[in-house]
Design a protein around this ligand. Structure first.
Ligand code: GLU
Length: 505
């Protein structure tokens, strides 16, 4: 790495909530910055006022906070290179655009939107569907290259609306080396004269992006593949200003689970998984579910995201954020699109849940149950149930029998096991349980084995019935652990109550 300090930025436009693809971009920027002792910056790119969505900016900041990947410079955070919201930098951009005009790298264009639409329509009729404002067509359009100097001056003096366009030179190969894709070469004949400065006095994304990356001393531009087509223009702009170009790294797309096309915000609720980090309520009142509200831990979400496009080159899959920082490199980011896998995402969550301390899980579970159980009790519930849960809420939905007697009995087990001799067998077992003086899992197990021996029965003939009466379920954690947790009195009571219910059913 060169001596230039690493400064990277995540530059979302506040046109809606942050899609998980955006979070992945933010994450890779974060990891790259931390790995290289650099700075991670967030800049809000809101120059397109027509696409501004209220609340989006706050959403983005809150989402990064939840993910634990906060930048160190940006709105709310401050920093030496602010403001970090482009609309607040509005006045800075015009001189740069004017400078390009003065240097003959850009020009004023007076064509109205209607005139340009008309042009496109005409071209379409003549069999040219991809009409562009470029080095060929510009000569017959209304701009400072085709009009006389007087005419241009008169229009400017009259306050006529204009835009400033890039004067894209003809037939030049633009080359740059992308950190992920290698050399990219594009001929300028394939590029149009992009608008750099709009008639509303705002820069376009392209100009503002380059000016800000330069002023904010950005060393690496790490962003989504959808910006790759804009990169040659950006390279041209750096060149036009005589500035050094940052390094580019264009990240692979996130694909739908079947690999067919980009993962879009509509896919989420349609296919039953979230695409947003946290809940988002759209302006028309529609709610898009977030990972947070579904019960994902941010660490699991981040670990999963890190693997969408990157791999460590080993078989290790579980990485804390600091381990990700340690292992991350752009060299190991793939070019090909990364398929999102909802099952794998749940798997990550499961692993994180299992690795979480029982007492910590109990603290997370308690508020979901209106804090009505004591924490020691919940800690044991978590210990018994966490292997069978993906989310904290599952611990209760799967293990409520640990806190309350069952009200329903698993039908399959009832049909298969609640036979003629079942009741007597359970009454006998209940008597045996009653005799155990120290009601530990170990003692219950010893007694159970002796009981089977005596009756000449196998586990399958007795244990499912015991489980059914005590928990209402067909499966679950060790019955000896469950019984010990519930205590003798409760177990005996449940056996009687269960027998009563099943008798009358
Ligand atoms: N504002 C662009 C976006 O919304 C940023 C592209 C870039 O990082 O240059 O993604």
């Amino acid at each position: 790495m060169s001596d230039i300090p690493v400064r990277v930025r995540f530059a979302p436009s506040p046109t809606g909530p942050l899609h998980m693809g955006g979070v992945r971009t933010a994450l890779y920027n974060y990891l790259f910055a931390k790995k290289n002792n650099g700075t991670f910056i967030i800049r809000i790119e809101d120059t397109d006022q027509t696409r501004f969505v209220p609340g989006a900016q706050e959403y983005i900041m809150d989402a990064l906070q939840w993910c634990g990947i906060m930048p160190t410079e940006g709105p709310r955070l401050g920093g030496e290179y602010g403001p970090y919201i482009q609309s607040e930098r509005k006045e800075m951009y015009r001189p740069y655009a004017e400078q390009l005009v003065a240097d003959d790298k850009a020009y004023y264009a007076f064509d109205t939107a209607e005139e340009l639409t008309e042009m496109r329509e005409q071209a379409k009729k003549m069999g040219m569907p991809n009409w562009q404002y470029n080095s060929v067509t510009r000569t017959s359009l209304k701009n400072s290259l085709s009009l006389s100097t007087d005419d241009v001056q008169r229009r400017l003096d009259n306050g006529e609306a204009y835009v400033i366009r890039m004067k894209m030179p003809r037939n030049i190969d633009i080359r740059f080396e992308d950190e992920i894709r290698g050399w990219v070469v594009v001929n300028t004949n394939n590029l149009d004269d992009k608008v750099l400065f709009k008639s509303d006095g705002m820069p376009t994304y392209h100009l503002a992006n380059i000016v800000d990356d330069h002023l904010m001393k950005i060393s690496h531009v790490i962003r989504g593949e959808e910006w790759l087509p804009s990169a040659p223009l950006h390279v041209m702009l750096y060149d036009a200003f005589g500035w050094d170009c940052p390094k580019f790294a264009h990240l692979p797309l996130l694909l739908k689970p079947d690999g067919n096309g980009k993962l879009s915000k509509r896919d989420g609720d349609r296919l039953g998984f979230p695409v947003f980090p946290t809940d988002w309520k759209s302006e028309d009142g529609e709610i898009y579910t977030g990972y947070r509200e579904q019960g994902y831990f941010p660490e699991a979400f981040i670990n999963m995201l890190a693997f969408l496009g990157w791999n460590p080159g080993t078989t290790q899959e579980l990485f804390s954020l600091s381990e990700l920082v340690e292992s991350f490199s752009l060299n190991r980011v793939a070019k090909a699109g990364a398929k999102f896998d909802p099952d794998k995402t749940r798997w990550f969550q499961q692993q994180y849940l299992r690795a979480t301390d029982d007492a910590v899980l109990a603290e997370k579970l308690s508020p979901l149950l209106d804090n009505k159980y004591n924490l020691d009790q919940l800690t044991v519930v978590c210990q018994l149930m966490k292997e069978r849960a993906t989310f904290v809420k599952d611990i209760y939905s799967e293990g409520s029998f640990l806190l309350e007697p069952p009200t329903e009995f698993d039908e399959t087990t009832v049909n298969k096991k609640w036979k003629d001799n079942a009741e007597q067998l359970m009454v006998d077992w209940q008597d045996r349980l009653g005799l155990i003086s120290s009601f530990s899992a170990e003692n219950i197990e010893t007694e159970f084995k002796a009981f089977l021996e005596e009756k000449g029965l196998g586990i399958g003939a007795v244990l499912p019935l015991f489980r059914l009466l005590v928990t209402g379920k067909g499966m679950g954690p060790s019955m000896f652990d469950i019984s010990a947790f519930l205590g003798k009195e409760e177990c005996l009571k449940r056996i009687s109550a269960g027998i009563n219910t099943l008798q009358t059913a």
